[in-house]
Write a protein that binds this ligand. Structure first.
Ligand SMILES: C[S@@+](CC[C@H](N)C(=O)[O-])C[C@H]1O[C@@H](n2cnc3c(N)ncnc32)[C@H](O)[C@@H]1O
Length: 251
């Protein structure tokens, strides 16, 4: 297994290990799935659309879409087995459930009217290549609609590291300008959502509770003393920005 594969394995394992408690810590993820669902207007699609979801997690977006598209043919996928199991429990019979790395969507037909994803693409190793492969799965006139993280996400966490002279393990997310796609085929909008925590420590705990603590490839965790120093600088409260990019890509 090479280093990239093992990062993906760690991501899958981390989400799987938190699947039973994910929903309790996932207010923001619920909010974004709801906002994304509101953008997906059923009237724009055929009566019985074929819908593929990437990174369905415990089924926040899937459950919204199941109501909005009662006749749709769904394929719900995730890279973490236990997240997929929770999704099956929430959404129930009807959809097909597939364990799948959304960045390498092998064995799927190229016939989806709609491909959706809420807060999963930020885990891709190569977002541009992953989006290209997914776009190839769209039927003529098909659309991909997603929410993912943008470059201002966790700016405060990066600043706190810089102030202490430490490297930060938060991945470099794209901006509106650097988003890796053919812009003539897409549309991108952004939103900033801020969450306040009693301390930096609570922020870290909340990410771990979701299974979302995996740093960028090659990042070496701070030594315990340095981490304590970092958290000591954030004891009086911590606000984290989530920079959400809502995208739409046409075939
Ligand atoms: C933050 S959760 C979001 C889950 C759900 N969409 C929601 O809104 O609650 C991210 C999900 O993406 C999944 N994921 C991460 N990398 C993935 C990949 N390469 N392919 C498919 N799913 C992936 C994780 O297992 C996890 O379930």
């Amino acid at each position: 297994m090479n280093a990239t594969q093992s990062r993906k394995g760690r991501i899958a394992e981390a989400f799987s290990s938190r699947a039973g408690v994910y929903d309790r810590s996932a207010d923001l993820q619920w909010l974004i799935a709801t906002r994304l669902a509101e953008r997906i207007e059923p009237a724009r699609f055929v009566y019985r659309p074929r819908i593929l979801e990437i990174g369905c997690g415990t089924g926040f977006l899937s459950s919204h879409l199941k109501k909005a598209f009662p006749a749709a043919d769904f394929v719900l996928t995730d890279v973490a087995p236990s997240m997929l199991d929770r999704c099956r429990q929430r959404v129930g019979r009807g959809p097909r459930y597939r364990l799948l790395d959304g960045e390498r969507p092998l064995g799927l037909p190229c016939s989806f009217d709609l491909i959706v994803s809420s807060l999963a693409f930020q885990w891709f190793d190569d977002l541009g290549a992953g989006l290209d492969r997914l776009r190839d799965l769209l039927a003529p006139n098909g659309r991909m609609m997603f929410a993912t993280l943008g470059c201002k996400t966790f700016a405060e966490w990066r600043d706190a590291h810089a102030a202490c002279g430490f490297d930060c393990g938060t991945p470099d997310y794209p901006s509106m300008e650097t988003f890796p796609w053919p812009a003539e085929r897409g549309r991108l909008e952004e939103e900033l959502v801020r969450q306040t925590y009693p301390s930096g420590h609570d922020f870290v705990k909340s990410l771990k509770a979701l299974g979302a603590g995996e740093p960028i490839l090659g990042h070496r965790p701070l030594p315990a003393g340095a981490f304590r120093r970092l958290l000591a600088s954030l004891e009086r409260g911590f606000t984290a920005t989530y920079h959400i990019l809502y995208g739409e890509i046409r075939r």
